[in-house]
Design a protein around this ligand. Structure first.
Ligand SMILES: NC(=O)c1ccc[n+]([C@@H]2O[C@H](COP(=O)([O-])OP(=O)(O)OC[C@H]3O[C@@H](n4cnc5c(N)ncnc54)[C@H](OP(=O)(O)O)[C@@H]3O)[C@@H](O)[C@H]2O)c1
Length: 189
């Protein structure tokens, strides 16, 4: 029932990607992302899904948003493709929103019932890989909504140039067990 968005954005431009890639490499942050989504329902846009190593998703229920439908007998049983985001309005289990920008925006700035209850806001403030070519992908509208409609409920947890904090939607009850799980993961990052 609890929706959690998790991203790592670059500090000055809210950049999350260049073309298909994330323009930095912080192994502890990638591990943290994998730990947060482990054994959970996680939703990605098709473009991000194509970039995530399969072993990271082995123990997740993976939901892929796309207008292209995949009906393939070879497809892993834990992979579900769907074209209509409204499926998640009444989703009865916890859901982790793993990006990219189109998907964060559809949840954070979409219908109220889609809005994440919690945002795990990781902020990278070091050098960007400038050799990557492709469109710069940013999430400024999501960050603006976060600042307006969410409370920051933790201090910043710093590790390897990434500062992470939890934000909770104003005015809503938040499931304490989910918060506790995220806090533990943050502390042990
Ligand atoms: N730094 C981070 O934390 C982080 C996290 C995740 C991703 N990223 C980066 O973000 C970039 C990708 O982001 P992106 O915005 O370009 O793509 P994306 O959100 O990953 O995927 C976009 C695709 O998802 C599908 N889609 C999105 N919204 C939909 C909706 N409401 N209903 C149905 N289908 C929907 C469409 O697929 P079809 O075209 O198949 O219809 C669309 O083309 C990459 O650079 C990736 O590395 C960074």
């Amino acid at each position: 029932m609890t929706k959690v968005a998790i991203w790592c954005r670059e500090k000055t431009e809210n950049l999350i990607g260049v073309g298909k890639e994330i323009p930095w490499n912080v192994p502890s942050d990638s591990r943290f992302f994998a730990d947060v989504i482990a054994e959970q329902n996680v939703v990605f846009g098709r473009k991000t899904f194509e970039t995530i190593p399969k072993q990271v998703l082995e123990k997740c229920e993976v939901w892929v948003l796309s207008s292209l439908q995949q009906e393939d007998e070879q497809m892993p049983k834990n992979e579900h493709w769907l074209s209509d985001i409204r499926h998640f309005k009444e989703f009865e289990e916890d859901l982790y929103i793993g990006g990219g920008a189109q998907v964060y925006d559809a949840f954070v700035n979409g219908a109220p019932k889609l809005m994440p209850d919690i945002i795990v806001d990781c902020v990278y403030s070091s050098e960007i890989n400038s050799k990557l070519e492709g469109e710069k992908i940013t999430i400024t509208p999501c960050v603006e909504t976060m600042r307006k409609k969410y409370f920051k409920i933790t201090d910043d947890f710093e590790k390897d140039g990434v500062s992470a904090a939890l934000w909770v939607k104003k005015g809503d009850f938040v499931e304490q067990s989910v918060l506790k799980r995220l806090l533990l993961l943050l502390e042990n990052r």
